[in-house]
Design a protein around this ligand. Structure first.
Ligand code: SF4
Length: 492
């Protein structure tokens, strides 16, 4: 059997980092880890080919080669998924689909021959059993949550690593919290399931032996969902990283209560974590109560950000506008909070109701749902009727983005961050050819070719970073390159 795994393209978004990738000569920020994991679960005698449409086009030759085409996607990849479906059908090849998009809305894809939904560890063996018996069903689904300690090593060998800015591994699935807008609980459950420490080290070993050096994303829903187990894993990871002189710079996603656990922050920074994404959402307490994000209510959010920065990790933050309880001045309050806390990479988006979430169900009951959810909460669209006038929300959101990513505000935030940031190791210690090339590209694109306003702030920032924050000089360059991506994305 010849199987083609097609991973659809992700549109230009905040997190695609398309413009920053150009400066470091990479094609995609992240790898399709779900597809690599599914590939590892297929029978050993099958021929498997992966086409990640974020790094290379899907050719007719690939489609002709395959006996069967598999597509896996998130909601944000919907447009590209439609292309894969149309081309596969035109070739008359059987199509199998899985992943969050199809799990949330299987009814939207009547053209797909077979759907392997929810978690593949449970549903894929059922599909393979029926395939062997010649009696395939259309949908394979299960609410059972598998033990991820049984998950095989992903097939990283299917990738051309040089196209990616970062590799990915997964340590856990699920999150103990239950925020109203989040689909994690629906997809992965509230009881965090973790891999065994040795299993994780094997994954690290494979990446290391394949020659990967650099960024490694631990793509968990909430890395600290089970703090006891996370600490145990970190204690085994620290000597692994030390023995190899820290080949991987780690980052992950976590809930904000990380800031309340000194030991956990220390272990993470000792293990080589240098940044973490937090769902900060909003400084408006009434909105946190509305969406059930109680873990963010019992803590001073700005101080939590600074505490994590002081512990050697940058905080990337997710923020939301569009809650029912948003006060009229939410736009100014979001800007003020983000600037003061020094959250350089602030992913601020409009609230979207993702199918399967409690929010979706509530809005459906209230008769407020509109179109399809785009899956990109930064594209300025809303798929429900907000309490605040929609035009006011959209204009306010647009103004917030323009303000936050103007060179003046952006570089101010970088400096606020650098004042607080205490990296465990000087960022210059990690300089290689890739970093030198990125630095030279930053001089060309930001210091020479950029608009006047951008150029002035770039050189000013460069000198300040060199003279006052030399420990974090590499980090400062990275932040400037990423700022370039955000500005280009916003057409600034
Ligand atoms: S803490 Fe994060 S992952 Fe967990 S339910 Fe809330 S938004 Fe989702």
């Amino acid at each position: 059997m010849k199987v083609l795994l097609a991973y659809p393209a992700i549109p230009e978004t905040f997190w695609s980092f398309k413009y920053a990738l150009k400066l470091i000569k990479k094609r995609a920020a992240h790898v399709p880890l779900g597809m690599l994991t599914v590939a590892a679960m297929l029978p050993k005698d099958w021929e498997v080919r992966l086409v990640d449409m974020n790094v290379e086009p899907l050719s007719d030759q690939d489609l002709r080669w395959a006996d069967m085409v598999w597509v896996g996607a998130m909601v944000i990849q919907k447009a590209s998924v439609r292309e894969v479906i149309a081309r596969t059908r035109a070739m008359g090849k059987p199509l199998v689909a899985g992943g969050p998009l199809f799990t949330s809305t299987p009814e939207d894809f009547p053209e797909v021959d077979h759907m392997v939904l929810n978690e593949a560890e449970i549903t894929l063996p059922l599909f393979l059993r029926d395939l062997a018996a010649g009696k395939l069903q259309r949908i394979y689904t299960s609410t059972e949550k598998p033990d991820v300690a049984m998950t095989p090593l992903p097939r990283w060998d299917l990738l051309n690593m040089k196209h990616y800015a970062s590799m990915s591994v997964q340590y856990s699935r699920g999150c103990p919290f239950d925020c109203e807008f989040c689909d994690i609980v629906h997809l992965n459950g509230r009881r965090p399931r973790v891999k065994a420490n040795e299993q994780m080290l094997r994954e690290f070993d494979v990446l290391y032996n394949l020659g990967w050096r650099g960024r490694l994303f631990i793509v968990d829903d909430n890395f600290i969902g089970n703090k006891v187990k996370a600490k145990s894993f970190l204690r085994t990871l620290i000597p692994w990283q030390e023995a190899r002189k820290f080949p991987f710079g780690l980052y992950t996603e976590s809930s904000v209560n990380l800031a309340q656990d000194e030991e956990l922050m220390l272990l993470m920074s000792q293990a080589g974590f240098d940044s973490v994404f937090l769902g900060l959402e909003t400084p408006a307490e009434e909105c946190l109560a509305e969406c059930g994000k109680h873990q963010n209510r019992s803590i001073d959010l700005a101080e939590a950000v600074r505490t994590i920065q002081r512990n050697g990790m940058e905080v990337m933050g997710g923020f939301i506008i569009g809650f029912d309880n948003d006060p009229a001045n939410i736009f100014e309050r979001q800007i003020k909070f983000i600037q003061n806390a020094g959250v350089v990479k602030a992913m601020i988006g409009l609230l979207q109701a993702i199918p399967g979430t409690r929010l979706y169900q509530r809005l459906q009951k209230e008769g407020r749902l509109l179109d399809d959810c785009s899956g990109d909460n930064c594209d300025g669209s809303m798929n429900f009727i907000p309490k605040m006038d929609l035009e006011v929300v959209k204009q306010g959101y647009h103004d917030v983005l323009q303000n936050l990513y103007s060179p003046r505000e952006y570089y101010f935030r970088v400096l606020e961050f650098l004042k607080n940031y205490k990296p465990r190791r000087p960022t210059l210690a990690r300089v290689g050819w890739l970093e030198i090339r990125a630095f030279l590209s930053s001089i060309l694109y930001l210091g020479i070719l950029d608009k006047w306003s951008g150029k002035i702030y770039y050189w000013r920032m460069l000198f300040k970073a060199f003279f006052f924050h030399r420990q974090c000089f590499g980090e400062a360059i990275t932040q400037m390159i990423i700022g370039y991506h955000f500005r280009k994305l916003l057409g600034k």
